[in-house]
Design a protein around this ligand. Structure first.
Ligand code: SF4
Length: 358
């Protein structure tokens, strides 16, 4: 058998982001009526909305107003597992719906659009990835949440950006060598901080990879008092200019708590809705995706997250279509590394007197 070349696999599976979907603007009365219909359907179906910070602000507002949750992928998973609802409607991308189903096999999990994927997930197909892991049996396999159920089923640990650093430190302290997938930028960032022995799968997020270091330097000169907030899926030259590097939740907390009036933000612009809600007086400046070498395929907004809208949310609640199904053998294996992460996060929070978390 020829050895797996991860670079070649990623090149072969690289997908160009689709154009941003165009959702027709709703007149205020039509929008209010649609939201009312969704609220009624949620009650009738004993369903709850679980939305990611990168989705449209209208969806985030509706999730909060109807007793659902707006969160990062770790908190979305926790919320879904604790919820008493029969149906979880996951507004985000497909791996988030799959994670919800893996943790809640007895619940129905619906998504507004099952084509909402993620470049990291697509970059890491289960077949070649499994073969690559088999070539390195001495390594502990740590995969980011942005992966398919099949890839999670091959992992020893699943991590989100909020807990990845702590888990890798824990494994390093146990003397374990790591096979990390799929995001090379996040993996490299953690490798630099921990010094852990990490073999990196070379995938990337099409949104964060477009942030540009040189253009960011120029923007910082125009806003010398602004704090720079960067998600670690971004390239090194962007991460290296950050005042805060962290998960979506960490970046939101920074805007709320830091004693600054201006922030340059290098992550998906959907996050601005929650930042503005928690820190209404502060100025948020998108980090540049233009400049030398710019392609601006995504322009700092994930086209797959943008596939979620009030219109298709109402439709799935009405029809019950777009349900997530996962093969039970895959689910039984995939739940183990996810549960390991959740248990680790819980123990860490307890050890920090309830103030930690991921
Ligand atoms: S922003 Fe990047 S990591 Fe997040 S869902 Fe979109 S492509 Fe995937």
């Amino acid at each position: 058998m020829p050895r797996i070349d991860p670079e070649a696999v990623v090149r072969r599976h690289r997908i160009a982001p689709p154009p941003h979907p165009h959702w027709p603007a709703l007149a205020p009365t039509d929008k209010a009526a649609l939201e009312g219909r969704i609220e009624r359907l949620l009650r009738e179906r004993n369903a709850v909305l679980v939305a990611h910070y990168y989705t449209d602000g209208d969806l985030q507002a509706l999730a909060e107003a109807t007793g659902g949750c707006v969160a990062d992928s770790l908190e979305m998973a926790r919320f879904g597992a604790a919820s008493q609802a029969d149906t979880l409607v996951v507004c985000g991308v497909r791996f988030m719906g799959e994670t919800a189903k893996i943790l809640n096999p007895e619940k129905r999990v619906l998504m507004p659009d099952l084509n909402a994927t993620c470049s990291l997930d697509e970059n890491c197909p289960a077949g070649p990835f499994t073969a690559f892991c088999d070539e390195h049996p001495e390594r502990t396999v740590v995969v980011y949440a942005n992966t398919s159920a099949q890839v999670k089923a091959r992992a020893d640990w699943v991590v989100t950006s909020g807990i990845a650093l702590a888990i890798v430190e824990h494994l390093r302290d146990r003397g374990e060598a790591i096979l990390w997938a799929p995001d090379k930028h996040l993996g490299h960032y953690i490798q630099r901080l921990t010094g852990a022995d990490m073999l990196l799968w070379p995938g990337a997020c099409v949104v964060h990879e477009e942030f540009k270091g040189v253009a960011l330097e120029r923007l910082r000169r125009l806003h010398p008092d602004a704090a720079v907030l960067v998600h670690p899926e971004s390239p090194d030259e962007v991460v290296d200019q950050a005042d805060v590097v962290g998960s979506t939740t960490a970046l939101i907390t920074a805007v709320r708590d830091m004693d600054r009036k201006e922030f340059i933000v290098a992550t998906d612009e959907g996050i601005f809705w929650k930042m503005r809600q928690l820190a209404p007086g502060k100025r948020l400046i998108p980090a540049p995706t233009a400049g030398e070498g710019a392609t601006c395929e995504s322009c700092a907004h994930c086209p797959w997250m943008a596939m979620n809208a009030l219109q298709n949310l109402a439709r799935v609640l009405e029809t019950g279509e777009n349900e997530i199904h996962i093969d039970s053998a895959i689910r039984e294996r995939a739940v183990v590394p996810i549960q390991r992460m959740l248990d680790f996060a819980r123990a860490r929070t307890a050890a920090q007197g309830g103030k930690g978390g991921a």
